[in-house]
Design a binder for this molecule. Sequence first.
Ligand code: ZN
Length: 201
Amino acid sequence: MTNYPQPFEELIEALKSLPGIGRRSAERMAFAMLKWPPEKIAATGNLIVSLNLKIGHCPQCGNLSSSNQPCEICADFSRDQTTICVVEESSQIESIEKCGAYKGVYHVMNGKIIPLDGKDIENASLEKLKQRTDSGGVKELVMAFSMDIEGQATSIYLADILKNSGIKISRIARGLPAGSDIAFADSATITAALQGRTPIV
Ligand SMILES: [Zn+2]
């Protein structure tokens, strides 16, 4: 049981549902928000409300974009549009971009294969990837999934599906620590992993 007023308790519960946030952290965040000026509370609330109104996905690669317009990377024709780096989530694009070593474009799978859960990658993302590889303008796919069993299984699964496309398929080198998520790796490690990518098929 809690002694907090109901709306405050509901805020704590909402914050607690975020990844990596436990009950104590959620309480601390809620108490901090309580001290915010009304205009900051309103502005933050509006940002959350507009999440599904103003933030969409790039129709080409699935990265986050404003209102379903092509993302900045796909719209940038100085980038190498013939090399596609395939990632699990948009957050990984952010990490790879920060290292500055990659000049191609991306494709977001929105998940990976998790055999034990029976969870599969999103079919819509896979279909879009096939359309892009079938279009003829792609020379290389770089699989950049996390260094865990599911990430590596997903790389191999995709490589197998696309092996007859005539496109070079590689994966980032195993310099990343086993089990690690690319989104949390440092730039030097990601750069080394990209440069040392090895062919899958
Ligand atoms: Zn895009």
